[in-house]
Design a protein around this ligand. Structure first.
Ligand SMILES: Nc1nc2c(ncn2[C@@H]2O[C@H](COP(=O)(O)OP(=O)(O)OP(=O)(O)O)[C@@H](O)[C@H]2O)c(=O)[nH]1
Ligand SMILES: [Mg+2]
Ligand SMILES: [Zn+2]
Length: 349
């Protein structure tokens, strides 16, 4: 494989080329972060895997933990023949999946970057939860990766049409696939999201079958990605997030199950995940309508008519409030201002 083919197989493009240019002049080469373990990184260069550390300049320039290298990043690195590589810069990201760390108002966690497709895996068993899926979709749209909903464990579900309809009703533009990682049904459809030049990440609660799916898609039955931990009940739980390169090109990122998905920033994400409410909002009388009690609110009208489901609206409001309360710089003041503005917005022409 040529250097160019190697890069292309992992999704390299003109955007990264441009990002690398100033560093290439200094003799740095591109590498992709495949593992982050505390302060240590593992990167993949054309010449193989290397342990790496983050250069002081990068750490110094970083304004938040979001700027630190994360799994999936393309970086400019000095890669010696032996010993640790040194990561000097993170190249601008195509996408970044970021959530808020539970219990910390100001702590983002970058789950993975430069993801093309984010496979949101939900089990067609007790795991099924549309409100949680809405969170995942919001996070996905905000990340700029394209979400794909995967309903797994079709083999244990006795009413597939019902669950499929319910899911499609909230999935918006995201495609929905029903599969069974156990018996292999439906998996062919997922091959469109995996392979040469693509990076595909799997997100979902613990036990939904992410690792089983990854193994199926890698096509090597015994290959378990990441580090697996026996939880004592004979179950294997993924504990490490790792980017795995497929034999034919492309990369997969398996993830430990998320217990909670709290949103970090999701303005755009919320609009896209709730494109039905967004579309209705275009007909509200005021263009800054908050869809609460304003006169001429198309969202409230749809609720009254029953064309918009109450629980869908409630879910949107919950996420909206969650984001607002996080973004609020000081308690009190901004809320008052916003309330004053309600109903006094510009009238649509
Ligand atoms: N019935 C059924 N069981 C499945 C299917 N896919 C996975 N499982 C089982 O579900 C359990 C959990 O699967 P994993 O692949 O480890 O789940 P995971 O999402 O990687 O879980 P974490 O690593 O903890 O996040 C295992 O016992 C799998 O055999 C499926 O399609 N049908
Ligand atoms: Mg797993
Ligand atoms: Zn409105």
């Amino acid at each position: 494989m040529t250097e160019a083919d190697w890069r292309a197989s992992l999704g390299w493009g003109p955007d990264f080329e441009a990002g690398l240019a100033p560093y290439a002049e200094k003799g740095l080469e591109p590498a992709r972060v495949i593992l982050v373990y505390r302060k240590q990184l593992k990167v993949l260069s054309r010449r193989g895997e290397h342990w790496a550390r983050t250069g002081g300049r990068l750490l110094h320039k970083a304004e938040s933990v979001e700027d630190f290298p994360a799994v999936g990043d393309w970086v400019a690195a000095r890669v010696p023949d032996a010993g640790e590589a040194l990561v000097q810069a993170v190249l601008p990201r195509r996408s970044a999946v970021v959530r808020k760390v539970a219990g910390h108002q100001h702590a983002p966690q970058v789950i993975a970057t430069n993801i093309d497709f984010l496979l949101l895996v939900m089990g067609l068993d007790m795991d099924f939860n549309l409100r949680r899926l809405e969170r995942y979709l919001t996070l996905s749209w905000e990340s700029r990766a394209r979400p794909v909903v995967v309903l797994n464990k079709a083999d244990v579900c006795d009413d597939l049409p019902f669950f499929l309809d319910e899911t499609k009703a909230i999935a918006g533009e995201a495609p929905v696939h029903v599969v069974s990682a156990l018996d292999g049904s439906g998996l062919d459809a997922l091959s469109a999201y995996v392979g040469f030049g693509k990076t595909t990440a799997f997100l979902g609660s613990s036990g939904v079958g992410k690792t089983t799916l990854v193994n199926r898609l890698v096509g090597d039955g015994d290959r378990l990605t990441g580090e697996l931990k026996d939880d004592g009940k004979g179950k294997h739980t993924t504990t490490t997030r790792e980017l795995v390169v497929l034999p034919g090109g492309g990369a997969l990122v398996d993830n430990p199950g998320l217990r909670e998905v709290q949103l970090w920033e999701a303005d755009e994400g919320l609009s896209r995940a709730f494109d039905d409410i967004e579309a209705l909002g275009a007909s509200c009388r005021f263009n800054d309508c908050r869809h609460l009690e304003e006169p001429g609110c198309a969202v409230q009208a749809a609720l009254a008519e029953g064309t918009l489901a109450d629980d869908r609206y409630d879910a949107w409001q919950t996420l909206q409030r969650e984001l607002e309360s996080r973004l609020k710089p000081q308690r009190g003041a901004p809320e008052t201002k916003r309330r004053e503005r309600v109903g006094h917005g510009k009238r649509r022409s």
